[in-house]
Design a binder for this molecule. Sequence first.
Ligand SMILES: [Zn+2]
Length: 355
Amino acid sequence: MSTESKALLKSFDNDGLPVFGLNRLRKRYRRLFADMINSGELRLEKVTACPCGNARFVNISNKDRFGLPFHTKICAGCGLICTDPRLSEGSMERYYREVYYPLVLGIPPGAAAGNIVSETQGEVIFSLTAPFVDMAKGPLRVLEIGCAGGENLKRLSEMMGQRGAACILYGTEYEEYNAVLAGEKGVNLIRGGIEEACTQGMKFDIVILSHVLEHIPDLNAFLARVRESLDEQGVLFVEVPGVNNTEMLSGGWYMNYVDYTVHSHVYNFNLASLRHILELNGFELAIGDEFVRAVFRVSGKESAAPDCSSNCESVLHYLENVLPENNHRPGSIYGLLRRRLKRAYYGKLRFHADY
Ligand SMILES: [Zn+2]
């Protein structure tokens, strides 16, 4: 068991409460998830080093949005926020098959997820990648890792087509129902993910990672394969929920920082920490913002990435001072009473398993 480190703000402590009210489905799966961890059916692992190689961290928060004892801590070397503990790689498949959809997305098991990011995501990907793609090259080979029902690929291909560039679409998708939908849209399904694409020796002009990187524990191994699968002139589109996206963390999408954190997000990026880890793995930034949406190209240089150590301070300053009031828990008697009632309803869940 890990010892409880001090949280950055009092409201980031673990009071055992979910940040928002859970429906019955989510409440049931929250307990089931903790039971699976405590019985050893799902295994956790301690995070001892950041993918950048640094092992010095500053603790930020002691629970995730479901009131589960997953901490977040920030790497002093690059400012990447890591979730600790995290599910071990061996437990991922079962977790995503049995727990993720009902608990995190609130979708009953067996139902279609649809487009969970945005209906216009394909247009966003087009507008950001098009300036860096050689349209005259002939058919563009496009790969999306985790392509869901193929919506992004289909829309991107339509828009590329309007510019006279035909696309050959490839996607990976573990969820069977979505894989069928993608196939119907003309997407060539690659079974087994990025590893399989690499072993087949395919090279792509565009690779799309839309809300993927924050779920991948071994970032260096994964990015090495992505780089291998990209043509030397190819572009990589990455979208992740950015911690420095003030709009998102101030009531736009999330009520506060803890609401933003979730155990399935192994990492929380801002543009600087994303750029740093990509640079360490042989990419260079072409364009990007704090949303985070970014386009990378293959870098010719093998030299070390530029220093990113000031990013840790700047993210901590942002969390402590820039985010608005709703990150600070009100100390009223009413608030105290409410929390006590909620705790009796949900129950404070602990992990007893060793990791
Ligand atoms: Zn780091």
